[in-house]
Design a protein around this ligand. Structure first.
Ligand code: TRP
Length: 447
């Protein structure tokens, strides 16, 4: 449940719909689903297996199985979580702010939610406090240890999230022009598929399943020996993909019926949802809108917890430092690291962060987020290399048979072994290089 909580987050509800919207809707969805099944599922199984086998943090696990040099791969992931959390917490702060402003403030009486969002993210005062608040809550829960707090919360929050999503889907489908949105999201135009669609689908699939950064190694180290890793990974993947799928099915009918461009980008859910809640009866809008953003905050919280847990586990396991102090220290550092991302959203006087000349004129938050995404696929690729050539597929299979007696004879075994040995490292290696090239030089120059 905790790993499913790590997977389900802003990635599903904020990032997935806007990337799908920018990449042709159904075409993106199709490729995304293919990547989840073909690449991400085996990678997830491998990651959890490493963690359970070694029973340590990401660095310690690689080092214990593979020797000191492989430990660096673990450190790479730990550093990655550090960076991802820095900007993720800023976006979580926006969601937290929206929850408060919708429930207790006057956000829903605005008229133009697009320009409202634009000026909201430049309000450094609010953003500072909301994201600080978010980080403090995350840190507080992590000091208590992952298992107790989160599993309880997830058992209540996940079903609630599904209920709200499904209710909003049904509501959305009754609005005029909703079917155009359904068509955009579910009927693929194969001509829409560009290299960009493929890259975005791959990095989003990794991001959404929290792969490639040692997060699932860390959580895997808490998994008991009698548990079936393959079926746990299947449940996590399905739960995560369902939430992303439903989020898209909710957003696009709303987007089309409101006449907004689906390619709006990162602000998409922050524009379209408040508009829909605004159109409801004022009290209903406040309740439904408030609950929606509250659920989004909980989803984000179980993800931020998992990201903070990765470096924490490292420092506690390896350096024998006290958990409490480590958590607060890391939370403070990550929060500070997030400040440039926060300021880069258009705060006046900080143009050098708002428009990075070396990064195609994009802002600092996009830069950090894209760079971290490159790390996810590279981390996933190297993990497959690690399993195939260092740990060995047979040893992984042996670990996977514990808690799953029939595993050796199953189709899953053949498939996962083949994918980890050949498909994943090759595809992830090639794609990572192309993604890096594209980000810094633009792929159009290549072809
Ligand atoms: N999967 C989370 C989401 O979709 C984000 C996340 C949590 C993550 N932990 C991670 C991404 C570790 C990469 C690595 O919101």
């Amino acid at each position: 449940m905790a790993a499913a909580g790590s997977a389900v987050g802003l990635g599903n509800i904020w990032r997935f719909p806007y990337l799908a919207g920018q990449n042709g809707g159904a075409a993106f969805l199709l490729i995304y689903l293919a990547f989840i099944l073909l690449i991400c599922f085996p990678v997830m199984v491998g990651e959890i297996a490493i963690g359970r086998k070694a029973g340590l943090d990401a660095y310690g696990s690689y080092k214990k199985i593979g020797g000191a040099n492989w430990g660096y791969l673990g450190l790479f992931g730990i550093l990655g979580c550090f960076f991802i959390l820095s900007f993720y917490n800023v976006v979580a702060g926006w969601a937290f702010g929206y929850f408060l402003e919708i429930t207790f403030g006057s956000l829903l009486s605005e008229k133009d939610f697009s320009s409202f969002f634009g000026s909201y993210v430049t309000d450094i005062g609010d953003n500072f406090w909301f994201s600080l608040g978010f980080m403090v809550i995350t840190a507080f829960i992590v000091t208590k240890g992952v298992q107790k707090g989160i599993e309880m919360a997830n058992k209540i929050m996940m079903p609630m999230l599904y209920i709200i999503l499904i209710s909003l889907i049904i509501y959305g489908l009754t609005l005029p022009n909703a079917l155009a949105g359904v068509k955009f999201y579910l009927v693929p135009e194969l001509s829409e598929i560009t290299p960009q669609t493929i890259f975005d689908a791959l990095r989003q699939a990794f991001f959404s399943l929290s792969l490639g950064m040692g997060a699932l190694i860390t959580y895997g180290s808490y998994v008991k020996k009698n548990q079936n890793i393959v079926s746990s990974a299947a449940i996590i993947s399905v739960a995560d993909t369902m939430v992303a799928f439903l989020a898209g099915l909710m957003i696009f009918p709303l987007v089309f019926s409101a006449g907004i461009m689906p390619s709006e980008g990162p602000p998409l859910v922050f524009i379209i949802l408040p508009k829909i809640f605004h159109d409801m009866h004022p009290v209903v809008g406040r309740i439904v809108g408030g609950s929606f953003f509250l659920m989004l905050c909980f989803a984000a919280l179980t993800s931020t917890i998992s990201m903070l847990e990765v470096p924490t586990a490292y420092l506690v396991d390896q350096k024998k430092l006290p958990r409490k102090s480590v958590v607060w220290l890391l939370a403070g550092l990550i929060f500070i690291l997030g400040l440039p991302s926060m300021i880069s959203q258009g705060v006046k006087g900080f143009e050098f962060l708002n428009k990075l000349t070396f990064y195609q004129g994009k802002d600092f938050l996009t830069f950090i987020s894209d760079t971290a995404d490159m790390g996810l696929t590279i981390g996933g690729c190297l993990m497959c290399v690690f399993i195939s050539y260092r740990w060995k597929i047979n040893n992984m299979n042996e670990e996977l048979s514990i808690g799953n007696e029939n595993y050796m004879k199953s189709f899953a075994q053949k498939y996962i072994s083949f994918a980890i040995r050949y498909i994943c490292p090759l595809l992830l290696g090639v794609m990572s290089l192309l993604i890096i090239y594209d980000k810094f030089f633009g792929l159009n120059n290549l072809f």
